[in-house]
Design a protein around this ligand. Structure first.
Ligand SMILES: *[C@@H]1O[C@H](CO)[C@@H](O)[C@H](O)[C@H]1NC(C)=O
Ligand SMILES: *[C@@H]1O[C@H](CO)[C@@H](O)[C@H](O)[C@H]1NC(C)=O
Ligand SMILES: *[C@@H]1O[C@H](CO)[C@@H](O)[C@H](O)[C@H]1NC(C)=O
Length: 537
């Protein structure tokens, strides 16, 4: 009677918890992404469990054990969902549902598990009680457990039975099932830890969405390496700890095409990393060693020109979570936003003047949007500025702590006026198709990269293979130039001339263009010559 009363209480607990879990997870279902399957599993178990909790007899060992097992999985999934889909540990900073809701859902999943486990335990007690013949007036006498009605050797009053399908059978073969249970546990638990846990961890890691609060810092470049550090707002859950044994991570270009897929572009040897309860995941600065120069150059190209690129990472990692240690072969690809040919690169100020003592005759301010989560310091970068095959001059820029978002920095250039003058016709011929769209074309490629007085050879070679070609509207560019004081009051005249030229180019047929280019370049040549004699250039 007492067992029955307790079991009813247990089932009521299971019922209530299931209803709450059902309700809470229904909210997560709308917002959930990659962990949707887990949420669906929890929902199904909770929904069926609501009805299942009402089905007698109470307790019912096999039946309650079955539900306890289903809830063990559901409770683990609830933990995973709480970790991966909420902002409790910084993994989903944009989650619209508060962390408390996830915590409650996990807590009730564990309560439901406990309730079913409790019932199963009571069911087990009932079987044990029968086996031990507790409270039986034939105490000490042989038992006829689970003997069937048609077993004539057994007197009717000694026939015993435990309510619920299969329980009587278990009681009858108690020793056998007991041994089987112990064996299964002894074999099952190591198998779970050795095989199931790592593959589950691997599944989670390979699907994990990298949160936006991760920041990567690249600094202290050397010939063929750069310092890399990582910071994030992702926290270790309270009262747990995570340790990564030392590992070598190699990175590769993950876009599924071409010859570069499996070639390591860089690698880093990580030391042992320990994260205690509630600490943030960070990695102090490590040396990232550049490896395959072709693959690296190809990778940089994707970063610069594509809207997004895929970076892959591989490592054999030994991870310890609490006391459990597991070895996983990590192989993860993550898609990042690329620079997409720099659509937002903007020249905000520009000034052409007499060469200063270092020979720079162009000073400009450039705004560039860094869409990646990395900040970088690379040193002084010298670029060759070209139109078609003609070199306009050298451009210099200091890449120093370029952070995520808009960065504004100065650029200076040595324009080779003589060369421009001599090749004016070729330059204009290249530009005319763009001028028709009121655009101007220029390309740049890296000539040298110097950090703290040292040439970064490897970087120079890799970047040197890259030519960035940009088209920009010409009017704002000229306006920036004139606003900068170029030509002083003559500015408005130049704007007028430019407008006329643009109109002419637009309306002109192909045949007339050649002639126009010739005349235009003659004019430009004379203007440049004039500017030079006037000491403006
Ligand atoms: C730079 O690195 C490359 C590739 O590792 C190497 O071949 C070269 O000798 C290095 N140069 C200097 C100056 O250290
Ligand atoms: C990492 O690679 C280096 C050099 O290849 C090797 O000596 C070291 O044992 C590796 N470390 C691990 C943890 O595999
Ligand atoms: C400018 O270009 C001309 C022709 O290519 C070249 O001879 C000259 O050395 C260049 N001047 C500078 C300062 O680079």
């Amino acid at each position: 009677m007492l067992l029955k009363a307790l079991a009813v209480l247990g089932r009521l607990g299971a019922l209530t918890s299931s209803i709450l879990v059902l309700g809470l997870n229904a909210r997560f279902l709308t917002g959930s992404s990659w962990l949707r399957v887990f949420v669906i599993y929890i929902e199904v178990v909770a929904a069926v469990s609501v009805i299942a909790a009402l089905i007698p007899p109470y307790p019912n060992f096999l039946y309650d054990s079955f539900w306890a097992a289903a809830w063990i999985v559901a409770a683990i999934f609830a933990l995973v969902v709480q970790f991966g889909e909420s902002n409790c540990y910084g993994l989903q900073p944009e989650s619209p549902i508060r962390c408390a809701a996830y915590e409650a859902a996990t807590a009730f999943a564990f309560l439901a598990l406990l309730a079913w486990l409790g019932c199963a335990f009571l069911g087990g007690l009932r079987i044990l009680a029968l086996v031990a013949n507790v409270g039986d007036r034939y105490w000490g006498r042989p038992l006829y457990l689970g003997a069937t009605k048609d077993d004539e050797t057994v007197p009717q009053e000694k026939l015993r039975k435990v309510d619920g399908i299969g329980n009587t059978h278990i009681a009858r073969w108690f020793i056998c099932y007991g041994l089987l249970g112990v064996t299964l546990l002894a074999v099952g638990i190591p198998i779970l830890i050795l095989y199931a846990a790592p593959s589950f961890a691997l599944y989670l890691i390979s699907n994990l969405v990298i949160p936006s609060n991760i920041r990567i810092e690249l600094r202290n470049p050397a010939n063929d390496s750069i310092g890399v550090g990582l910071e994030s707002d992702v926290r270790v859950p309270a009262a747990s700890a995570v340790t990564f044994s030392p590992m070598n991570v190699s990175f590769f270009f993950g876009d599924d095409s071409g010859d570069y897929v499996d070639r390591s572009i860089a690698s880093v040897a990580l030391p042992e990393l320990n994260y205690g309860s509630e600490t943030h995941f960070t990695i102090p600065e490590q040396r990232l060693k550049l490896e395959d120069i072709d693959a690296f150059a190809h990778f940089i190209e994707a970063v610069a020109f594509k809207p997004s690129f895929v970076l892959g990472g591989r490592a054999r990692a030994k991870i310890m979570i609490g006391r459990i240690s597991t070895c996983v072969d990590l192989d993860k690809k993550v898609e990042f936003t690329g620079f997409n040919s720099f659509p937002t690169l903007n020249i905000t100020e520009m000034n052409i003047e007499d060469p200063d003592e270092d020979g720079y005759n162009l000073h400009a301010t450039v705004a560039i949007d860094n869409p990646t989560r990395a900040s970088a310091t690379l040193g002084n970068v010298t670029l060759g500025l070209n139109v078609g095959n003609i070199t306009l001059g050298n451009l210099e820029v200091t890449i120093s702590n370029i952070t995520t978002g808009v960065n504004i920095f100065p650029v200076q250039a040595k324009l080779n006026i003589t060369n421009i003058q001599e090749n004016m016709e070729t330059i204009l011929a290249t530009e005319i198709p763009y001028l028709r769209n009121e655009e101007i074309l220029a390309s740049a490629s890296v000539i040298s990269i110097v950090y703290e007085g040292l040439h970064l050879e490897f970087w120079e070679q890799a970047f040197g293979r890259l030519e960035v070609t940009l088209k920009r509207p010409i009017r704002p560019l000229v306006k920036a130039l004139l606003d900068g004081g170029f030509l002083g009051v003559g500015g408005s005249l130049v704007e007028g001339v430019l407008a006329t030229i643009l109109e002419n180019v637009k309306s002109m047929s192909e045949d007339d263009l050649d002639d126009y280019i010739a005349r235009l370049s003659e004019l430009a040549d004379r203007v440049l010559g004039l500017l030079e004699t006037m000491d403006i250039l």
